[in-house]
Ligand binder design. Structure first.
Ligand SMILES: Cc1cc2nc3c(=O)[nH]c(=O)nc-3n(C[C@H](O)[C@H](O)[C@H](O)COP(=O)(O)OP(=O)(O)OC[C@H]3O[C@@H](n4cnc5c(N)ncnc54)[C@H](O)[C@@H]3O)c2cc1C
Length: 434
């Protein structure tokens, strides 16, 4: 392999966005990717006529970085209906979003889940996050999401039956111990746009970015074993030289490659895909568990949202449980099936389990959370990825672009903008174990 100006390690969204920005500026770069495809944690498997995202996830269309970098028309985005169906005291309650579509008035919105005072507080929360810029959200003193909700005087019931399953599900933290900045950011994104999936699965997002790169940019099945300044050693034993190196792997792997002994705290998730003859719900809406009993956090019928997710005569039901699964696969599957039976009856016994994804490192746990941390680690070494920004599609894309911009400034001999202390930030910065 010829010497590249820049070697990027990892073809997730961060690495892909970094490469695209560099190439736009005419800087030669190459991505080394350990796996057999691009996208990292955003990939879709085609299995028996179904499209299975590797873990249920959605694109929030208001993400500013996604708006800037993706061609939404090309992705043919299919949106969920705003709001959710909450399983609460043995019934499903529809929580429509009164501000967008649905036509449900505020007065009927959160009954019976929340009190009237919760509705007023929700309105005030919405007003406050809509008025704030994203920069202002990230400049607010950091607390936990739970503290934020308590400060706003939401009732325990509203917290437990609405915020905990919906936002705990989005942040993969049903304890709500994670960043209040992230909570406000996601809340703002929910208010300003849709939750959507591309018609052909979430994997279409990285595929679209990869298609804009120069041919041959990404080298698949190419795992980096170790690195030293200006040199990368592959697991095959080959050594590659580069003017600059960008670490765009998951946080733990970035730490290992940078020679750090620290470990990141990560949040886990499991996603079960079932094929059903009849759908358990008849609209493209997220179902969330307000009971906090049983393993299920959320459920969705994917081909009601985007028809190509399933073949014509069956429905694809995605079921998600949040947290590191402490139980073995069979016990988990049995517990999920039991809860499904309680929710939808005996018919669920006929649902066929297509595949099950157990993802132990789904999201890095970062606290306090900054919007984007500085990408430059040392001379010739940069880092990007969701562990350096908001743990999300937005964060991965934004940090990839930020790493490229920092590199471009260096290669053009321009100074870095003033930010915090001296150069050579430690890796990682501000990570904690929960
Ligand atoms: C189940 C699940 C649900 C999620 N839900 C949402 C959601 O609804 N909305 C949202 O915004 N975000 C969601 N996220 C988060 C989002 O997907 C991630 O934050 C984002 O994709 C991270 O991108 P990344 O580029 O930073 O890292 P990654 O996608 O992890 O990419 C890192 C890449 O580096 C490669 N690599 C690692 N080690 C090496 C090595 N030694 N040599 C070469 N290559 C290497 C990996 O193979 C991988 O391709 C979810 C994540 C998961 C897992």
């Amino acid at each position: 392999m010829a010497k590249s100006d820049v070697l990027i390690i990892g073809a997730g969204l961060a690495g892909l966005c970094c490469a695209r920005k560099l190439q736009k500026e005419g800087i030669g770069c190459r991505i080394l990717e350990a796996s057999d495809g691009v996208g990292g944690r955003v990939r879709t498997d085609a299995v028996d006529g179904f499209l299975l995202d590797r873990g249920f996830q959605v694109l929030l269309t208001a993400y500013p970085e996604a708006l800037d970098q993706l061609d939404y028309d090309g992705l043919d985005l299919c949106a969920f209906l705003p709001g959710a169906l909450v399983r609460y005291e043995g019934h499903f309650r529809r929580l429509a979003d009164p501000w967008r579509g649905g036509g449900t008035m505020m007065g009927s919105l959160f009954s019976p889940v929340g009190k009237f005072s919760d509705k007023l507080r929700l309105s005030s929360l919405r007003g406050s996050v809509m008025r704030k810029s994203i920069e202002e959200i990230f400049a607010t003193p950091e607390t936990s999401t739970l503290q934020n909700l308590r400060k706003r005087h939401f009732s325990h019931r509203m917290t437990d039956y609405f915020f905990r399953p919906l936002f705990g599900g989005a942040m993969l933290d049903t304890k709500l111990a994670s960043s209040a900045r992230m909570f406000e950011f996601i809340f703002k994104m929910f208010c300003e746009g849709d939750a959507a999936v591309p018609a052909k699965g979430m994997g279409a997002i990285p595929a679209q970015i990869a298609a804009s790169l120069a041919p041959g940019t990404v080298q698949l099945n190419c795992r980096v074993h170790s690195m030293t300044p200006g040199q990368v050693k592959l697991t095959t034993g080959d050594v590659l030289e580069a003017g600059e190196i960008v670490l765009a792997t998951e946080g733990d792997e970035a730490l290992r490659l940078a020679g750090e002994s620290k470990k990141l705290s990560n949040r886990g998730v499991c996603c079960f895909y079932f094929a059903a003859k009849e759908p358990p719900v008849d609209e493209p809406m997220l179902v969330i568990s307000g009971s906090n009993r049983g393993p299920i956090n959320n459920l969705a019928v994917m081909n009601l949202v985007a028809p190509a997710y399933a073949s014509k005569d069956e429905f694809l039901v995605s079921v998600t449980t949040v947290g590191q699964p402490s139980r073995d696969d069979n016990t988990m599957i049995a517990a999920v099936r039991q809860q499904l039976k309680r929710w939808y009856g005996l018919v669920t016994e006929e649902w066929r389990l297509i595949r099950y994804y157990r993802i132990e490192r789904a999201l890095p746990s970062v606290f306090p959370l900054e919007r984007v941390q500085r990408p430059k680690l040392s001379e010739g070494l940069y880092v990007c990825g969701d562990h350096r920004a908001t743990p999300s599609i937005q964060g991965a894309m934004e940090s990839g672009r930020a790493a490229a911009e920092s590199l471009i400034r260096k290669l053009k001999g321009e100074p870095e903008p003033e930010q915090g202390e001296a150069e050579g930030e430690e890796l990682p910065s501000g990570q904690t174990s929960e």
